[in-house]
Design a protein around this ligand. Sequence first.
Ligand SMILES: CCCCC/C=C/CC(=O)SCCNC(=O)CCNC(=O)[C@H](O)C(C)(C)COP(=O)(O)OP(=O)(O)OC[C@H]1O[C@@H](n2cnc3c(N)ncnc32)[C@H](O)[C@@H]1OP(=O)(O)O
Length: 375
Amino acid sequence: MATSQKDFETAVNQVKLLQTDPENEVKLKLCCCCCCCCRVPSSQLKLYALYKQATEGPCNMPKPGMFDLINKAKWDAWSALGSLPKERARQNYVDLVSNLSTSESSSQGKPGTDGKQSGHDAVVVTSEDGITKIMLNRPAKKNSVTTQMYHEIMLALEAAGKDDSAMTVLTGNGDYYCSGNDLNNFTDIPPGGIEEKAKNSAILLRKFVDCFIDFPKPLIAVVNGPAVGISVTILGLFDIVYATDRATFHTPFTHLGISPEGCSSYIFPKIMGPAKAAEMLIFGKKLTAREACAQGLVTEVFPDSTFQKEVWTRLKAYSKLPQNAVRISKQLIRNTEKEKLHAVNAEECLVLQSRWQSDECVNAVSNFLSRKPKL
Ligand SMILES: CCCCC/C=C/CC(=O)SCCNC(=O)CCNC(=O)[C@H](O)C(C)(C)COP(=O)(O)OP(=O)(O)OC[C@H]1O[C@@H](n2cnc3c(N)ncnc32)[C@H](O)[C@@H]1OP(=O)(O)O
């Protein structure tokens, strides 16, 4: 039986109600999942293409440039439908929505599936024993930081700076501390194209790092596992860095066609000397926890088996010290450098704004996102 226009409209409305909002993902978060490297369910992309075919007929938009990942993805999917009649496209759309609705309701409430985790859960803030803990909670994605998480961390820091806790801890849930910037962040290209994306990202990164530079209380990193990218560079802005002996510290910037951020281009050479800093920041040398400690990036390394117990016992004792004296001492240590750090941050973000638009970066990010899924 032919699908009526009403069935089609019902399906369109149903898409809006789906908890995972597939149409929104297609429109806003598509990335390069359209091509063979697809790591997002292809049904989401099909939904977009079928909708366009059903309402406008065969693909009528000009082929976008290769770096315009989102529009290129849409174009590929829509073109692939060729001259499929509108009626068939409507039918296929309705069938696909019906399948998506079924799988959506059957996956609701499943514990531990954080592929669709909301940004809200991806950063968990708790306060206990005078310590505010900000925990990155995206273990299945190695706690990589999405755009929403940058915003949530900034909000958490702003609140922690004003609450009555003595100190603030940043840590990760699962086997990783953090695998750095979520490389999918680079694929959500706005209408203004890659230039606008790079500009917005530079503004966000600058604000993000500024929050660490200006944080008024002791900031402690509890590095529970490997750390990559921005989670490593900002460590220079922390007052204490405790690491498990399982942790590693990796800044693969040149491999990604980008450059250092988090004030590391200034702080790392200061704390470890220019030669060691160059090996990390230019050549991407990965440090073990003990090497990072020897070079002054890490305060102390603990055996993994006793890491949490030893670190939290220590921090609870520190949190009982007279709070005003602790704050004032931190500010004395940090304030002389603040102006310089803000200037370094601004410069690093400006350089990155241009790096993110480079072929070197676009190709490196595409390569990562097009890795074959593990079996
Ligand atoms: C506002 C913008 C600000 C920008 C600030 C700039 C910051 C610069 C940086 O942070 S650069 C560093 C970026 N990070 C990376 O390059 C790391 C990329 N990831 C990896 O190399 C590896 O995933 C790993 C070494 C961290 C872990 O490898 P392992 O084999 O143990 O695990 P998987 O690769 O299978 O990872 C599990 C799933 O997690 C996804 N994932 C991990 N890290 C990232 C990431 N940074 N971005 C996006 N996705 C990431 C990975 O894709 C797997 O997902 P899947 O299960 O769906 O396949």
